[in-house]
Design a protein around this ligand. Structure first.
Ligand code: SAH
Ligand code: SF4
Ligand code: F3S
Length: 438
């Protein structure tokens, strides 16, 4: 080997886009700089922390964490701060923690192979366009792959820092997406997740001048890939869930029947203040249409409680939507004021923390009841599962077509296969069962 092998320790926070960004950085560093990953920070030559700034907590944790990394690391090891917090804090990171070697913002990660050797470099340009960059390949799950279909976000949700950290939305050309998925399928992938901050606004702007297209068309193209058996995507926006999209979702057998519908609030007044672009009625209408057209669909959501100005009545609207839709999974958040967001102007309307906590607990309790009810309905049914991992306790884990996690007793011969399972037991978050057909 010409160059000496070096070790990379990487910590990833935040969303699935950050996960793929980390995978891309790992692959680039492996291909161009001879790095392999390690879980042991003490032997690392390079420590990367890929950050998230969507809520306040992870940001305040960042500095104590990199401080600890600095204590544990080898003397010669470098530290790089990447991702969304890198985008918005930029130079301040090195000012506050001078032992940090470089700062690399989200949307700039294709520069990783160059920046690792530039002490003090800060690359955080949110207009940088790496939508056509051919990243080196790295696979961490044999049967599943994730492919970015766009970068950035054009929405202006008033609570959200993402447009300020990831810049404007640019779609990745369909032929690049298809080629990437084909390569992964050749290596054994059965399932793909298409990723973007707002996937169903896909196709409106590309790096080059080309005809516009739509997410529904992309789904149709992706589903033609031979050998690919399951398609997932996240996050779609309820506003763009038009009839054409819902019909494709319902009738395309390759599309996993689990859909994320980020509600945020059930109150039309608050939705307006959040600039979400839809009303309570629109959301309910879309959810109903999906439930009517797709019998076993699972619907997941994100909810923010205590957005500035949220009255008890507004909150009751959120509870009402939860009761009507009965989400299969809810990711709950208490509003967290973020820099560079329009909602900061609503400071005077901010809700007392105790009220926020109380509302959050109410959502959690109601959701738990729904989860038990919905999951119990699976007992006795036969479901098809794509198995993907072996657990230390001798169980094999996988996901159904509507993306419910299932555990069975079995061995590695189940891995990578779609197998029928009879469900014998349900908890709020997973199913247990027995293989009925090998
Ligand atoms: N683009 C995706 C998700 C972006 S961030 C979408 O629109 O669905 C993931 C979730 O974090 C959001 O859906 C929202 O519920 C939550 N979130 C974003 N900003 C927040 C803030 N300032 N306070 C609390 N939760 C927030
Ligand atoms: Fe943020 Fe809204 Fe864009 Fe999602 S759609 S990333 S919540 S601005
Ligand atoms: Fe966090 Fe950035 Fe994703 S702020 S949620 S890592 S887009």
């Amino acid at each position: 080997m010409s160059k000496q092998e070096k070790k990379l320790f990487i910590q990833t926070l935040g969303c699935q886009m950050n996960d793929t960004d980390s995978q891309h950085m790992i692959a680039e560093l492996k291909e161009h700089k001879n790095y392999t990953t390690t879980q042991n920070i003490e032997e690392a030559d390079l420590i990367l922390i890929n950050t998230c700034s969507v809520r306040e907590k992870p940001v305040s944790k960042l500095f104590s964490e990199i401080g600890q990394f600095n204590v544990k690391k080898k003397k010669s090891a470098k530290i790089g701060v990447c991702g969304c917090t890198a985008s918005h804090l930029g130079h301040d990171i090195i000012k506050r923690a001078p032992y940090v070697d470089f700062v690399l913002g989200a949307r700039n990660i294709s520069k990783i192979k160059d920046i690792v050797d530039k002490k003090g470099a800060v690359e955080i340009d949110i207009d940088y366009d790496d939508s056509t960059y051919q990243f080196a390949q790295n696979s961490n799950n044999l049967y599943k792959t994730s492919v970015n279909i766009s970068i950035g976000c054009d929405k202006e949700c008033t609570y959200c820092i993402v447009p300020a950290t990831r810049g404007d939305e640019i779609s990745i050309p369909p032929e690049m997406i298809i080629e990437q998925i084909k390569k992964d399928v050749d290596k054994g992938a059965k399932e793909v997740t298409l990723l973007g901050q707002n996937v169903n606004s896909y196709g409106r702007r590309f790096s080059d001048k080309r005809e516009k297209t739509t997410f529904t068309k992309l789904l149709q193209e992706v589903s033609k890939i031979e050998g690919l058996q399951r398609i997932r995507f996240t996050s779609p926006h309820p506003l763009h869930m038009d009839d054409e999209f819902i019909e494709e979702f319902a009738k395309n057998p390759k599309i996993s029947k689990c859909i994320h519908m980020p509600l945020q609030s059930g109150s039309t007044k608050i939705l307006k203040a959040m600039k979400r672009g839809y009303t309570k009625e629109w959301f309910l209408n879309r959810a109903r249409k999906i439930r009517d057209m797709v019998p076993d669909v699972r619907i997941t959501t994100d909810i923010i409680v205590a957005f500035p100005g949220e009255t008890q009545e507004d909150f009751e609207d959120t509870i009402d939507v939860i009761k009507q839709v009965k989400f299969d999974q809810i990711f709950n958040f208490k509003y967290s004021p973020r820099p560079n967001t329009a909602a900061l102007k609503l400071k005077d309307l901010e809700i007392a923390d105790e009220i926020g906590t109380k509302r959050l607990m109410e959502v959690i309790e109601l959701h738990k009841q729904h989860q038990s009810e919905l999951m119990d309905k699976n007992v006795g049914k036969t479901v098809t599962v794509l198995f993907e991992s072996l657990k230390p306790n001798g169980e094999v884990a996988g996901f159904t077509d509507n993306y419910c996690q299932v555990f069975v007793k079995g061995s590695d011969e189940l891995l990578g296969r779609f197998v029928d399972v009879k469900v014998t037991n349900a908890t709020r978050t997973a199913l247990k069962g027995e293989v009925v057909d090998k």
